[in-house]
Design a protein around this ligand. Structure first.
Ligand SMILES: NC(=O)c1ccc[n+]([C@@H]2O[C@H](COP(=O)([O-])OP(=O)(O)OC[C@H]3O[C@@H](n4cnc5c(N)ncnc54)[C@H](OP(=O)(O)O)[C@@H]3O)[C@@H](O)[C@H]2O)c1
Length: 279
């Protein structure tokens, strides 16, 4: 882990009008959606604290945000390191109160595809450690201060995969499902205390993660389009942001169908993938 570096392209006025967040923390900012969100939120006068593991890509994201006038602080950190996350996020909150936390960290794509008998123990543990506990490690250091201030918003990036169990990624689906339930539960806990929680459940987004998959990506959105949608939904205080609507609709049908019917549809639609996995 290397130390914080804070850079600014323009002198920053301290306050923004209209209750817009002044200090935003984004984890997973070196990657596709996290970086697109960082750029979408980058405006003069705003402080962005960006985290990732890949230093060159994180610095590229920081430079893109600074060119839009934002003040940027970066940190190389592994979200599975709870102590380091606590130390980093407490320091960022002390530097300027964090208004908005976006947890966009995750592993997916070809890193979460199981063998014919499921994931190895090591693979499954890694998926939950990064996708689920990584999100928890981002929330727990900041939420108490937000509650005390009676102000703040948390955005957890889940996935439509967390709405339906898919044979291509059992642990990934479960790790995202846990994120959804965590986010919904937190919102019900802290909403009366002035803190909002938006759970985001995207379909395919055109990032290195989804590009690594050897399968069709129906209704795939660009990272920029997904980021615009999330920014809009968060600004209006949405409890959930689920897109695109055709996937939301199709997956939602399972709530009204017998489990056996969903099993059958899944079997049918993933037969090609299952045959390839068996070879
Ligand atoms: N792409 C899709 O189709 C899709 C669909 C639904 C949901 N999502 C979710 O959207 C989020 C962003 O995914 P993406 O598509 O933008 O993927 P991506 O391009 O692979 O980016 C993933 C980000 O997570 C970071 N990361 C991974 N493991 C980490 C760890 N242990 N500690 C710290 N950072 C770590 C990566 O950092 P480094 O690269 O620096 O290691 C990178 O910044 C994920 O939660 C993903 O599950 C994606």
């Amino acid at each position: 882990m290397i130390g914080d570096s804070t850079m600014s392209a323009h002198p920053a006025p301290r306050r923004k009008a209209g209750g817009a967040p002044e200090h935003i923390v984004i984890t997973g900012a070196s990657g596709g959606l996290g970086r697109a969100l960082a750029e979408a939120y980058a405006v003069p006068g705003r402080l962005l604290s960006l985290a990732g593991r890949d230093a060159p890509r994180l610095e590229q994201a920081a430079a893109a945000c600074m060119s839009r006038g934002a003040e940027v602080s970066t940190r190389i950190i592994d979200v599975t390191n709870a102590d380091a996350m606590e130390e980093w996020l407490s320091a960022r909150d002390a530097a300027r109160p964090v208004d908005l936390l976006v947890s966009s960290t995750g592993i997916g794509g070809d890193q979460v595809v199981p063998g014919p008998s499921g994931e190895t123990g090591e693979q499954a543990n890694r998926i939950f450690a990064i996708n689920t506990l990584g999100a928890v490690n981002a929330v727990t250091p900041l939420l108490p201060s937000m509650v005390v201030r009676g102000k703040g918003h948390i955005v957890l990036i889940g996935s439509v995969s967390g709405l339906i169990g898919m044979p291509q990624s059992p642990a990934y689906c479960a790790s995202k499902s846990a994120v959804h339930i965590y986010g919904d539960s937190l919102r019900r806990l802290v909403r009366q205390r002035g803190v909002g929680v938006t759970v985001v459940m995207p379909g395919f987004i055109d990032t290195p993660m989804s590009r690594s998959l050897d399968m069709p990506r129906p209704f795939c959105w660009s990272a920029e389009k997904a980021a615009r949608r999330i920014v809009r939904d968060v600004a209006r205080g949405a409890r959930r942001s689920i897109f695109p609507w055709p996937l939301r609709f199709v997956i939602g049908l399972q709530n009204y169908a017998p489990v056996a019917a969903t099993d059958w549809v899944m079997q049918l639609t993933t037969r090609g993938w299952q045959n390839a996995a068996d070879r």
